[in-house]
Design a protein around this ligand. Sequence first.
Ligand code: COA
Ligand code: ZN
Length: 303
Amino acid sequence: MPKLPDAVHIIEVGPRDGLQNEPEHIATDTKLAFIRALQAAGLPTIEATSFVHPKAIPQLADSGAVATQLDHSAACEWMALVPNDKGLQRAIDAGLKRIAVFTAASDAFTEKNIRMSVAQSLETFAGVVEQARSAHMTVRGYVSTAFVCPYAGEIDTAKVVDVSKALWAMGCDEIAISDTIGAAAPTDIHRVVEAVAQALPIDRIALHLHDTYGTALANIYAGLEIGVTRFDASAGGLGGCPYAKGASGNVATEDLVYLFDRMGIQTGVDLGKLFAASNLIAKALNRDLPSKQWQRLHAASIA
Ligand code: COA
Ligand code: ZN
């Protein structure tokens, strides 16, 4: 039995990664109620919104209104996506202290997603990160399509390492290795994370795993085995990616919290309160959520 960590850090991405794909308009107040309920459940970091082009992600066009109404004195760490200088300025104006820049290990993906090659995106982000840090902000860097790209297929591990190193060198303090289409298996996690961990500290590597093929929890266990302690998750399992058709949401936060609770690994998150937060958004969307724990708790609540 490998030595597993006593505690882990869950980064809640539901309000951004989860909601960005929802076609029906969700009111700003509903998003804020959802985010505050997630905060009340004890999530230490919440990716609340995204300062991308409003036409790219219309659902998050109200990012300024969402972000300015967050409690910036709370212990909860707020984060938002930023694709360029303009996005950074909007994040600063909204009072954010942590942003996430996002590139990928595949040019085909970045061209579709942010209309830049990987090299161009790294050039853009070097400037964004520098400005953010002079404004006393901290920055996460995402490496999307770190295993399989929906356009280019299998990804070379060396490419993931190069992009991770570049983001780390420009001043990102956390690198999120992302399985955008949810196709990886535990062997992929070991191969890629072990290679990236040669270049930067394992406690600054996060796993961002979509659950399209049902392998996300197995992949998280694989991450735990090699010392990863930072995991992204989306309440209820909400989500998908508009630039990766057919991909389903991130691993569900409820399912992750259940797993860690059962294994005796601390998360600081209350499963009952988390279920209440997800319920709030399930009601607004008027549908059931994919999370196994959400479905179990929901069935029990109406029995
Ligand atoms: N927020 C608001 N407006 C923005 C913006 C931002 N972050 N970035 C650019 N714009 C505006 C510019 O001001 C310009 O407006 P103008 O025509 O009135 O002068 C216009 O958009 C075009 O700017 P440009 O720099 O050429 O951007 P682009 O059209 O090449 O788009 C991105 C590039 C990165 C902004 C866009 O592709 C994007 O937002 N992608 C995000 C996709 C995403 O979120 N995917 C899911 C997450 S993984
Ligand atoms: Zn994602």
